[in-house]
Design a binder for this molecule. Structure first.
Ligand SMILES: [Zn+2]
Length: 214
């Protein structure tokens, strides 16, 4: 079972938006590295996590606890931007197939939702601070007939914890997680509207410190 998922690899490259690929040899090298990541994605979640293979730069459980503690103790952010008040109505009836990586079957989504799934998955996979595994079959009507949860399952492995932390996150929760890990104490919404990250502490604790699984 060896397949090259070009689209997925391109998403990975997009997710690495801090890396500027200027020359071809680098692009090839990064492509090959991403191919390895892509193949790994299809392995079962029960297989061992690879924090030691990837390096030692991931945050430990203790460091995440400290970051959450620091947010909790930080002064409330007083000046928050309200953001733009104009909301454009998104009318796009084009339908496209979301192909589940777990079962390989397709579920139909409107293009807007499909793009949101892809973008959010890329952002989650692009989290460099955590040894994270993202499963997106929550959007698959074959894996979840009739009750598609429309959430990503994420598994986090910390170097100082034996087991993984498992949780489900929706689009908004994924965005909160990504912005918090960047060190932001202010959450910026889609319209540029800001809110105090402190209000998301219970959510962040649930995702980052939550239930451990084998
Ligand atoms: Zn599926």
């Amino acid at each position: 079972m060896f397949s090259i998922d070009i689209k997925y690899i391109m998403e990975k490259i997009e997710a690495m938006n801090t890396i500027l690929i200027r020359d071809l040899p680098s692009a090839i090298l990064i492509g090959l590295l991403l191919l390895g990541v892509s193949c790994k994605e299809n392995e079962g979640v029960n297989q061992a996590f690879t924090s030691t293979e990837y390096g030692k730069s991931f945050f430990s459980y203790a460091r995440i606890e400290a970051k959450l503690d620091s947010l909790e103790k930080a002064p409330k952010t007083e000046e928050l931007k309200p953001g733009a008040m104009c909301y454009s109505v998104c009318v796009n009836n084009n339908i496209t197939n979301f192909v589940c990586l777990k079962c390989g079957k397709a579920t139909k989504y409107d293009v807007w939702t499909y793009d949101l799934i892809q973008t959010t998955r890329s952002k989650l996979n692009g989290i460099k601070e955590l040894d994270i595994k993202v499963i997106d079959n929550g959007f698959c009507e074959h894996c979840y007939p009739g009750t598609t949860p429309k959430t990503f399952k994420i598994y986090i492995k910390y170097s100082d914890k034996k087991d993984r932390i498992a949780s489900s996150v929706n689009f908004h929760e994924a965005e909160v997680l990504v912005q918090f890990l960047k060190g932001n104490h202010v959450f910026t919404g889609e319209q540029g509207n800001e809110s105090d990250m402190k209000q998301y502490l219970p959510l962040l604790k649930k995702i980052l410190l939550g239930k451990e699984v084998k």
